[in-house]
Design a protein around this ligand. Structure first.
Ligand code: FES
Ligand SMILES: [Fe+2]
Length: 443
């Protein structure tokens, strides 16, 4: 009898049934809803009017990841988080307190901080109005000339701040519901993957010539692997990916790794797979006949244990497969160990044809202690992801994605169609994202 479940779900759940270790219960929690038919109009990617609606109704109202706690370890450390016109100074104002202030002087509006760093106070570079790092007023030059100011209340306006998994989230809306409400099932799913215990070993930033949603959507489906990343097909079961959507804000995919794609028109031996999965190959220790996925899983366990100085309990699927979560509007943490990624995608200023990609890697903290978090490496116009050696083999894959994205944006401008044509299953996360986006934007 034919399995009535989506084939990706049937395949992955069968794979989990055969795991040699206990599989986290989160990986057994399947989609509770189908996003249904969603019309995605091309001009949502190209129109300035739609961008302005997104700023007003999404970016000014939604919880969004601003930085890691480890980016601002000491009191006075701060990150400037920019999205569209918004600019927030996210600062550790006390050992156990993080605040976010709108990055604009209350005198005549000058940007208070030009970038991330450390400060004992926030002094405006124009006339010297100065605030403490907790946002209270410290001094005004010629204060006698501002009789209208009550120093006790002349504080920097704040955005809301929440912390989860070692990430600092901000929300400019003072009436916003708590971060926990926004994260829905995410904390429960990550109960066994404490990302606050990881260390940010890489952070690479690049501008891409496309709308932020174009690049985001390229990272919530595996359907493009066959055309964009053909070198991965012998080791990646792209078309057997399981896709799940939950509530309004969360979705997930699980892509099987260490096995060939259905698109490969021949048998691929375990030896060939292992020779391609270079980082975990140790031929001398491989008993003949051991399936490639098990060899890779054991290799990953050894590597992680050596790095962390302790055994890290993980099932085969956590060790080998690619598991990626998405949190609306733009945050993607991966709990899996071979691809410990975090992505974030934002509009680049108010240009609907330009976006900012952040790529981070979160590794287990070494036995020797937590190293300083990697500072962002911002790639220039003449550089590619291959110029960031800290990304390893991911650089080539990301460059392949990058090469496609500008063409997508140009094609969206050129189309005469009024909606896109989305796959029912493999692009379910895109339909889910757009259903939620339309709900926020009110279109
Ligand atoms: S604009 Fe900031 S002190 Fe004048
Ligand atoms: Fe890709």
């Amino acid at each position: 009898m034919t399995d009535p479940r989506p084939r990706g779900e049937a395949f992955i759940q069968g794979l989990l049934d055969g795991d040699r270790r206990v599989v986290p219960s989160a990986l057994r929690v399947l989609s509770s809803t189908d996003p249904g038919d969603v019309v995605v109009a091309p001009d949502c990617y190209t129109s300035r009017a739609y961008h302005d609606l997104e700023v007003e109704r999404v970016w000014r109202r939604v919880w969004q990841m601003a930085c890691r706690e480890e980016d601002i370890p000491d009191v006075g450390d701060h990150v400037v988080y920019d999205v569209a016109d918004l600019s927030l100074i996210v600062v550790r104002s006390a050992p156990d307190r993080i605040q976010a202030f709108h990055n604009s002087c209350l005198h005549r509006g000058t940007q208070l901080r030009g970038g991330s760093g450390h400060a004992e106070e926030f002094r405006c570079p124009f006339h010297g109005f100065t605030w403490n790092i907790d946002g209270t007023l410290l001094r005004i030059p010629c204060a006698w000339d501002f009789p209208q100011i009550d120093p006790a209340t002349f504080c920097l306006p704040e955005a809301k701040v929440g912390v989860w998994g070692g990430f600092v989230f901000v929300n400019p809306d003072p009436a916003a519901a708590p971060l926990e409400d926004h994260l829905e099932v995410l904390p429960a799913h990550f109960a066994g993957w404490p990302l606050e215990e990881r260390w940010k070993s890489a952070h690479v930033v690049r501008i891409v010539p496309c709308n932020w949603k174009v690049v985001l959507e390229a990272f919530i489906e595996s359907y493009h692997t066959v055309a964009v990343h053909p070198q991965l097909l012998r080791t990646t079961g792209d078309s057997l990916t399981q896709y799940d959507v939950y509530g309004r804000h969360i979705s997930r995919m699980i892509t099987p790794v260490g096995m060939p794609s259905e698109h490969v028109g021949r048998d691929v031996s375990d030896e060939e797979i292992l020779s391609l999965m270079f980082s975990t190959r140790d031929a001398a220790e491989v008993p003949a006949g051991t399936p490639a996925r098990q060899v890779i899983a054991d290799g990953v366990r050894r590597t992680i244990a050596a790095e962390a100085g302790r055994e890290v309990e993980m099932s085969d699927t956590e060790a080998v497969d690619a598991v990626e979560y998405f949190v609306f509007p733009n945050f993607m943490p991966w709990p899996s160990y071979t691809t410990p990624l975090v992505y974030r995608f934002r509009p680049n200023g108010n240009d609907p044809d330009s976006a900012v990609i952040d790529v981070m890697l979160l590794q287990p903290v070494p036995a020797s202690g937590r190293p300083p978090a990697a500072r962002p490496r911002v790639l220039g116009s003449g550089e590619t992801f291959a110029d960031a050696p800290e990304l390893g083999y991911l650089g080539r894959i990301l460059n392949q994605d990058y090469a496609t994205l500008g063409r997508v944006q140009r094609g969206l401008h050129a189309t005469v169609r009024t909606d896109l044509t989305l796959a029912h299953y493999q692009e379910a996360r895109i339909r889910h994202f757009h259903a939620t986006l339309a709900d926020y934007v009110g279109s």
